[in-house]
Design a protein around this ligand. Sequence first.
Ligand code: EPU
Length: 337
Amino acid sequence: MRILRNFSLKNHNTFGIDAKADRFVSVKSIKELQSILRNNYSSELFILGGGSNMLLTGDIHKTVVHIGLKGKEVLQQTEEEVIIEAAAGENWHDLVLWTLEQGFGGLENLSLIPGNVGTAPIQNIGAYGVELKDHFASCKAMNVQTLQEKEFSLTECDFGYRNSVFKNQLKGQYIITSVKFRLSRKDHKLRIDYGAIRSELESEGISTPTIKDVSNAVIKIRQTKLPDPKELGNSGSFFKNPVIPKQQFDRIVEKHPEIPSYPVSETEVKIPAGWLIDQAGLKGYREGDAGIHQRQALVLVNHGNATGKEILHLSRKIQQEIKEKFGIELEAEVNII
Ligand code: EPU
């Protein structure tokens, strides 16, 4: 285990922000993780997964602990179902592809989401009508004080829209070390009614899709809308889709009958933040190297050498404009560090 000093995090955050860590260490085993935790106060450590959901607005004057735990295996299976376990440091999309190669269904709609397995439960990643919680069996996490691992059940994780117990009551107290998923081995339940999946499959001439076909369709759709972080730094959706009172929604509909929406309850409606930003005329807008993506206004991008502060400044401008135009407060989905 080597501790690197004054280490650039540019290749460890998908925004590609060139912030530095005072110290950086990648842990490859539970023992190494325990050793780091034993020798430091947890407040002196910064835990890093895939770096796909954060905006670094400055250098980190702490020891950055990169979770490099690897491994994936089948734990148990019946004719219908399988439980697999993957270590926190596995790349999310590689895991999805691996499950599909084995013929295991469930994660196909979550293809090509950047990030690692261990950070996926923290914000209950989701796309195309599926959320991680739909196939989550449990996860193991290490208590940063006691160094003991605890297994968290689905209910204990208290998953919500881009939310979990790890972002709330237990924030900073546990490090997820592995995740178990419950997947299907046959009679896969395909979810193709969300977004453009069905039309993408139809355009390929596929009438009875396999899980791999659905994954390929999702990959294609994502590639057309969302920038590849390797080519253009970004963190996916920068804001959450806001949930607003039905009455407020009704007032907006009068002016904008075409507004897309998803009912949440009798009294609340979720609307796409990307649509709001687009309507505000900000799609493609740019301040220096900090910009709003051309094809998906919910995604902020780093055109090259933007600093985290510049992207943060742009995000505040968006929040202000949406507040003025629609009376809606946008909440950041990425973690601002
Ligand atoms: N829209 C616009 N203009 C835009 C962007 C979107 O008018 O610039 C409209 C679209 O036409 C569509 C609606 O807004 O009617 C929704 O857009 P889209 O289907 O692209 O999805 P989204 O709500 O913007 C969410 C997730 C994404 C996920 C997609 C697909 C959140 C915050 N974002 O985006 O997740 O991939 O649905 O399921 O819930 C992420 O979290 O990083 C992420 C990319």
